[in-house]
Every structure is written in C-alpha cells, then in structure tokens.
Design a protein around this ligand. Sequence first.
Ligand SMILES: [Zn+2]
Length: 223
Amino acid sequence: MDPSSEGAGAPSEQLPSSTTSPPIVVQPEGSSPAPPPAPPSRYESQKRRDWNTFLQYLQNHKPPLTLVRCSGAHVIEFLKYLDQFGKTKVHVSGCPYFGHPNPPAPCACPLKQAWGSLDALIGRLRAAYEENGGRPESNPFGAKAVRIYLREVREGQAKARGIPYEKKKRKRPAVTVAAVSSSGGGNDDGGGGDGGAGDNTVGGSSGATTSTTEFSTATTTTV
Ligand SMILES: [Zn+2]
C-alpha cells in the first residue's frame, strides 16, 4: 500500500526544466557518402519493424525460405507482395489519366507502393541485414537485380504519375529539392507512406533525400 501513488494530483517535482544532458547529435559530414543522417530512434524502430516484416514474410514463404538462401529475386518478390498494401495510384497505360500528377477524377488503376517508399525500405533492410550478421557481399538487398527493379519502378511510376524523379543532369541540392517538394509529387510520395510497414519516417523526407539516396546507392555497389 502506497498512499502517495494515489495522489495523482500532487505535483511532485518532475524533472526540472533545465535539461540534464543534451541529446547526442550526429554531425552530418558531407564527405562520407555512406549513411544518410536520419533521426536515430524513429529510423531504428522503423528499420526493426521492416526487418521483422521481412522475417515474417520468409517464414510464411512457400516453399520455406531461410535468410541465408534469400536472393535478390526473393527480395523483388517481397516488394511486389507489398504492393497490395500500397496507397499510391499508378495509372496503367490505357488510363486517360496516365501521366497526370493530379487526376481530376478517380479511376480504376491499381494502388501500389510508391517508389520512394520501396527505395527507403530497401535501404533500411539492407542495413538491417548486415546488422543482423549478414555479410555485405551476400546481401540480397544490395543485389543488382533489386537495383534494376527499383529503377524500373521509378521510371514506370514517373511516367504513369507524371512525376519526373530523375534529376541526374544537374545536382544543385537546395534548388533541386525545393523544386521536387513543391511540385506536389515528392510530397505525395511521402504522405502515401504506404504499406503494412507504414514508413512515414524516411518516406516523408524521401522527396528531399531522393537524389542523394539514389546517388549513394548508385556509387557504392556495382556488383
Ligand atoms: Zn488511372
């Protein structure tokens, strides 16, 4: 019996407003192309959720599939499986709104995972794989086939949704990012935070980080 616990109204002193220790800030170094500066806790928890989702997927896979035997093809299969949870309208080529970023009326085209969501997801799973003991050289999330698939998705969705993802020519960070996010396209991408995984965390900023992500991916591995 602890009477004090009942006195919920009693304003016992909580933490004084003076913060005891400042949060650890990871300094973003422009030089290293490796990890994108992400808010640690949310990114980490999202990564863990994604990883568990993938492990779950492997468990339910028929025929059974273990992580060790998982290939890029299986990863692609997984991405396609996730499409059923997507919230991004991707017009088929016969649709009158094909290529329209903001269709005036609904249509029957399927909802899919937005490219930005998949791209961010693969980045997290790729990191998670190695953090869980997987070897980089056998990382299925870094497989060439996966990169090619993602590129096809990006190009296909860019056409279908009338959103130019590719910013290859000129890389002027600030200007490019502003242009992307104000176009509404990039915005939609993140907001559609898609999927069972619901990755608003990275997806939300993907409009801005898109070019960077793509860049590092392209440069790091050429398997
Ligand atoms: Zn359509």
